[in-house]
Design a protein around this ligand. Structure first.
Ligand SMILES: [Cu+2]
Length: 268
């Protein structure tokens, strides 16, 4: 029915890269199955469409859009192919026109949320050493990080003047966090980081012993990339607390984190 629009979508596809099998055959199959899914969705959605339209009097139909994408997401192809599949689906669906859908919202590409990354708050049995594991971490924008106590009591607290006048070492505009005391094994605290840059944080009872961590979200930048004394002599920062020497030494460099993505602490 909508072979014209299918052709357009195929032309948009990036050429196959080295090591990738030619996909023209499988694309045809994909498109076929997209059509089939469309028809099925049409049938399934038909009954609920009246209520969706009632909810969205301007013609948007979020229910239908997400249903289509939901169906396409069951497909395990690379994103580039999935995107086409959605394009084909939408056009096919519009042309199929069973429900007079010309005014529908344009489907968005919905990506799966990146996985949560965990940092263990660790200590030796004697408690003479404590550390964040990993101590350095690279995250994508919008990724969630979760700290979990393994032994001893800890906090995860952003370097930010809002946290007892500690110096600012997270991106300007990023929200500071402070877990408060996490007292038991398994106690946890989570933050989703959406602003790009370098985030330095510490553990309140163990900062002087060097229990700190550094997270880079996306492109490194912001005060966390500056020397530890960058605020010296600035009036607004006159009462800021400097990072203690043992903590300064513990931070992995931005370069190391960007190269390794996950950095464990150096042996002590
Ligand atoms: Cu601690």
């Amino acid at each position: 029915m909508a072979s014209g629009s299918s052709t357009v979508a195929i032309k948009r596809r990036r050429p196959p890269q080295r090591g990738q099998a030619s996909t023209s055959v499988s694309n045809a199959r994909l498109i076929k199955s997209a059509h089939a899914q469309c028809r099925e969705l049409g049938a399934a959605v038909g009954s609920s469409f009246a209520s969706a339209a009632a909810l969205a009097p301007t013609g948007g139909a979020p229910l239908l859009t997400s249903d289509i994408i939901g169906a396409m997401r069951t497909n395990s192809r690379p994103l580039s192919n999935r995107r086409e599949a959605v394009i084909v689906t939408r056009r096919t669906f519009l042309r199929a026109g069973g429900f007079g859908l010309a005014g529908l919202a344009v489907p968005r590409i919905v990506r799966a949320a990146p996985p949560v990354v965990e940092i263990r708050l660790r200590a030796t049995e004697k408690g003479d050493q404590t550390w964040c594991d990993p101590i350095g971490l690279y995250l994508e924008r919008g990724q969630m990080v979760r700290w979990i106590v393994e032994r001893d009591a800890h906090t995860t607290t952003a370097y930010h003047p809002a946290n007892d006048r500690h110096s600012l070492r997270i991106p300007e505009g990023a929200k500071p966090w402070d877990s408060g005391f996490l007292m038991e094994k398994g106690a946890r605290f989570e933050v989703t980081l959406t602003v790009e840059g370098v985030y330095d944080y510490f553990c309140l009872p163990h900062e002087d012993a060097g229990m700190v961590g550094r997270i880079i979200v996306g492109k490194p930048g912001g005060p966390g990339t500056l020397p530890f004394d960058y605020f010296k002599g600035k009036k607004a920062a006159a009462d800021w607390k400097a990072v203690p020497p043992a903590a300064q030494k513990a931070f992995p460099s931005v370069d190391t984190i960007m190269k390794q993505k996950i950095v464990r602490r150096r042996a002590m």
